[in-house]
Ligand binder design. Structure first.
Ligand SMILES: [Zn+2]
Length: 1003
């Protein structure tokens, strides 16, 4: 799951206090969680704690005094005692080194599994995906030759059991008898957690070559599918780093580069995505191939082998609470049973282990969690990390790499044996889970989810694609439907759903997964909340390991409803939504890509790269009788009069993006609607983009920006090493991105250079901690401040918020405006004579509220739907927010997205309170008349955090000289799946140089 010690990817929870393991932070920087959200001060406390106690506790001093080689012999053979077929080549003969001597590189793993497939009729190898860097991902099927010969039939049989609607009950029972159980054994999804993959090779050899009756019986009844390296690109990176730092002397110091690795480490894939969070989003090719392959097999056992901190022991399932509420209840005791047998195997070797201390079962995007939601017994392994040679430990012993592999190997065999011994019951249990999922009286029978079609065809298609990848059925309404419905903020009403609305019935084979992905607001039990709150208050820590919300409709920024009904009759299945390609001809006056579709931004960028001039409509417009949303991209013949192949270029970009442009023959907009030659069609400047990397930049956030630019928008850009910033000629770029930071700040000289560049016309985009730095006095922006500095200017920020609300107020103005008299009771928008506490009190309050910042929850944000940064965005946008900076802003800064959505409050008093009336404040700032504020949409957001975050600026823009600074308080791209907020970032990247900054006319 996580490698405890590796800089910033760590999970320290459960370890911060009262633990007798030593966690060595290998990088002296603010430690952060694996989940991309900076965690609370525990981490900083931990850092100090480690600095104080860490070194004294481990006898490195002794090591320095002795010149002797550490004893790295591991005398216990990993593959002991079996009767192996001599015709199957040993690992040592294939690799050229013995198991555990060092790690096997991806190419070596590929060679070994192919050699087994060639040598043994028990083995078949299947490629299920290619990584971004072109490496193969494989699963190795091992069973009796007879089973291997009928693998397709076996998989087909399990597909029938997996969908009991398609098979008579008696036939299902008979089929179950004939089907071998299937185990999916997966290793090293984090590339720098290496021991799993090496154990997978040992396991494959053992199962392919052993002639013992026990192994032969296991293979007769079981198909073992081994996924030996789930992240070959990350493993390759690790393997290269190990090779580069391997010395003549063996190295057993876990603080040394050999063991720590370095930015961006090997945990993640090519674009630095954590593949062990991607199971529910399916963003990366590795995950997509795996979801289809593993899902297609319907395994009963799913093993996922990781590593954690080098000074730890060994952890395995079951996880501790909170448990995902949609996890099939019958699986809980089974996970326990597997764990007991695994514990016995460890006891027999006198190996230490533990379960459940820190891994919780709430987030569904881990391998074993995803598998559990599909009906498998999911087992997580976490071995203390070694990588190579060995690790000197606090008790003076050395844990060797061989022993680490041995632990993973023994665990794997133990779980397979438990599966074998209980196969009949487990098969029946799986069938019962699926029967409940599709049953008319099942727990999910009378519920469906509706996704409202909003014209953002690109996003809708991604939603349908994800559902289909997960084996989830999607339908489309063919008639309008009247029904009760609950929205994403929990409000219930009667609605009329139009034709074209997407419906996902919860009652279907993957019901547990459907519920998990689409339920708006799963809640933790009261007991869990109490424990979590105690952890916060007593230890300044959290028991939660990852984000507490992942709702797909919110991730995607799509409006959705929960309906208390089964699937209605008037629907058709949605098989594919890829729009028919429309080729435009060369006679038109202009071509338009509709701005509601996210892909229009990529189209604009790609056209610019081709040297074409595009404009973007600031307002909605109608040309040739077709209405287009604001943000639509217009390419006119006039702007591109030297381009002979204009239609060809338009068609080429449209084909790449699978979108259909509209050809326009007239530039006249009816009535007040914009005409094509007017000022509402802003001419774009081609973006030349640089992204800051390395140094203190958070790899995840950098990777998210990188992938968005490289794969989704699809344009060239440059990546600048933070250490070389002083020597970088920024004039080559008109957009510079500073991703979120996990360490330190940019030095003042760098900030000064960047600000000079901004003033000369640059568009600077800063995210998270980088944004917070620029919001400090004299660092970049003037009208934005982060908490706690913002506390000094709360009155300014309060007025800004009230001013924005007044601008949108829907009250009758005429009576007061046309009156001839000067009113004697004019009310200012801000609270009259309101008492503001002293700054010390405000700071005390902020310190208190800050304790409760979320681990990752969806909050509602209100959107300025006339701002260019919000093209393609709904008026209320779900924003995923962790322990990010909280920003406040006032004019002249513009705030296109602000935290909190207004709702009419029946009991609301006037905000312009007189002497007798209390000021109504939501958090720090007053509410407008008769308005309440909704913030929490989904996930755990303590009321204290809501107080602190209400009215915070999520996206803010300020003009600086001829340029502009755009700040995102929290990362807009989270795991490449927050399509709603990613659109804001795409707008900033591509439209920034044309919209918010002034580029010089070069004579
Ligand atoms: Zn891991």
């Amino acid at each position: 799951m996580t490698k405890l010690n590796i800089c910033g990817y760590s999970n320290f929870r459960g370890r911060c206090h009262g633990h007798d393991h030593y966690v060595i932070l290998r990088h002296p920087q603010p430690a952060t969680t694996q989940c991309q959200f900076i965690r609370r001060p525990c981490m900083r406390a931990m850092q100090t704690l480690v600095a104080i106690i860490g070194f004294g506790s481990i006898p490195f001093a002794a090591l320095g005094e002795t010149a002797a080689e550490p004893d790295l012999e591991y005398p216990v053979p990993i593959l002991a005692g079996a009767n192996y077929d001599p015709d199957i080549p040993t690992l040592e003969s294939l690799l050229g080194f013995s198991v555990g001597k060092r790690i096997a590189a991806p190419a070596e793993i590929e060679a070994v599994i192919n050699a087994y497939a060639k040598a043994s009729s028990r083995v078949a190898v299947f490629e299920y995906a290619r990584s971004y860097e072109g490496r193969g991902l494989y699963y190795v099927a091992i069973s009796t030759p007879a089973n291997i010969a009928r693998l397709d039939e076996i998989r087909g049989g399990w597909a029938k059991i997996g969908d009991p609607r398609e098979i008579e009950p008696d036939d299902a029972d008979e089929l179950l008898q004939q089907l071998p159980a299937v185990a999916w054994m997966a290793y090293s999804i984090h590339g720098n957690e290496t021991s799993g993959a090496d154990a997978a090779l040992a396991l494959a050899y053992h199962l392919a070559a052993a002639r013992d009756p026990q192994v032969e019986a296991l293979l007769r009844d079981t198909v073992v599918l081994i996924d030996p390296m789930m992240n070959p690109d990350g493993r390759h990176r690790t393997s290269e780093q190990l090779a580069q730092h391997r010395g003549r002397q063996r190295n057993i110091d876990d603080q040394s580069l050999l063991h720590t690795g370095y930015w961006p480490w090997g945990r993640t894939n090519h674009y630095l995505f954590d593949l062990n969070r991607d199971w529910i989003y399916g963003v990366n090719p590795e995950s997509r191939g795996r979801i289809a392959a593993a899902g297609g097999w319907n395994p009963l056992l799913f093993v996922d082998a990781h590593e954690m901190g080098a000074q730890d022991t060994y952890l395995f399932s079951p996880p501790r609470d909170p448990h995902n509420p949609n996890f099939p209840p019958s699986l809980g005791p089974w996970v326990e049973r597997f764990a007991e047998d695994q514990a016995r195997a460890f006891d027999a070797n006198h190996w230490p282990y533990y379960t459940g201390e820190w891994n919780e079962g709430w987030y569904p995007g881990y391998s074993n969690a995803w598998a559990g939601l599909r009906g498998a017994v999911g087992m997580l392994y976490e071995q203390a990390s070694v990588d190579e040679d060995g690790i000197l430990r606090a008790d003076g012993s050395v844990l060797t790499y061989s022993q680490a592999i041995h632990h993973q190997f023994v665990s794997s065999l133990a779980n397979l044996q438990t599966l074998h011994a209980n196969a009949d019951q487990l098969k029946r249990n799986f069938l019962e889970i699926r029967r409940a999922a599709v049953g008319a009286n099942g727990p999910y029978a009378r519920r469906s989810f509706a996704i409202l079609a909003d014209g953002n065809q690109g996003r809708i298609e991604r939603f349908v694609d994800l559902m289909q990848l997960q084996g989830i059925e999607v339908y489309r309404l063919t008639q309008p439907l009247m029904t009760r419905a609950r929205d994403q903020l929990g409000r219930t009403s009667s609605v009329r759903l139009p034709v074209g609305t997407l419906l996902v019935p919860n009652r279907q084979p993957e019901a547990n997964l459907v519920a998990t992905l689409l339920e708006f607001d799963p809640r933790m039990p009261e007991e869990t909340l109490k424990k979590e709150r105690r952890e916060l208050l007593m230890r300044n820590d959290s028991r939660l390991y990852d984000v507490t919300s992942w709702n797909i409709s919110m991730m995607f920024g799509l409006e959705a409803l929960e309906l208390p009904i089964a699937l209605p009759q008037q629907v058709e299945p949605v098989s594919t939504t890829i729009a028919a390609q429309v080729a435009v001809d060369g006679t038109a006056l202009a071509y338009v890509f509709d701005g509601r579709d996210d892909r229009s931004v990529a189209a604009a960028a790609r056209l610019a790269v081709r040297g074409l001039t595009a404009r973007v409509g600031e307002k909605e417009f109608t040309l040739d009788g077709t209405a287009f949303a604001r943000g639509s991209v217009v390419v006119t013949r006039y702007d591109n009069r030297d381009e002979q192949e204009l239609a060809g270029a338009i068609n080429a970009v449209a084909a790449q993006l699978k979108i259909a442009p509209t050809a326009i023959t007239s530039g006249w907009g009816p009535g007040d609607a914009p005409d094509l030659g007017g000022g509402y069609f802003v001419r774009l400047t081609a973006p030349t983009i640089a992204v800051l990397a390395r140094g203190g930049i958070r790899p995840y956030d950098y990777g998210n920006v990188w992938k968005l630019l490289d794969q989704d928008i699809g344009i060239r850009h440059s990546q600048i090493d933070e250490a070389l910033l002083a020597e970088t000629d920024l004039r080559r770029y008109n957009v510079l991105v500073l991703p979120d930071r996990w360490q330190g700040e940019l030095d003042s000289a760098a900030v000064e250079r960047i600000n000079d560049w901004v003033a000369a016309g640059g568009t600077l985009i800063a995210i998270g901690q980088s944004a917070a730095q620029l919001a400090q006095p004299d660092q970049g922006v003037d009208a934005v401040r982060a908490l706690p500095q913002a506390l000094e200017e709360l009155q300014t920020f309060e007025l800004a918020v009230l001013r924005e609300a007044m601008a949108d107020q829907d009250t009758r103005l005429g009576d007061s405006v046309w009156s001839h008299g000067v009113t004697t009771d004019y009310r200012f928008p801000w609270p009259a004579d309101a008492d503001w506490p002293e700054i010390e009190e405000l700071q005390k309050r902020d310190d208190w509220l800050k304790l409760f910042m979320p681990q990752g929850a969806f909050v509602a944000a209100r959107v300025d739907t006339e701002h260019w940064l919000s093209f393609g965005s709904p008026a209320t946008l779900p924003v995923l927010y962790g322990n990010a900076p909280v920003l406040f802003s006032a004019p002249p800064a513009e705030t296109p997205v602000r935290l909190g959505a207004y709702r009419p409050a029946a009991d609301a008093q006037s905000s312009a309170a007189g002497e007798d009336e209390a000021v109504r404040r939501a958090g720090w700032l007053a509410l407008p008349d008769e308005q309440g504020l909704d913030l929490r949409m989904s996930g755990l957001l303590w009321p204290e955090a809501a107080q602190r975050m209400a009215h915070g600026a999520y996206l803010v823009r300020e003009t600086v000289g001829d340029g502009q600074i755009i700040l995102f308080a929290a990362p807009p791209s989270f795991r490449g799946a927050t399509l709603g907020t990613m659109r804001l970032l795409a707008n900033a990247l591509v439209y920034g140089p044309g919209f918010g900054s002034s580029q010089a006319i070069r004579p």
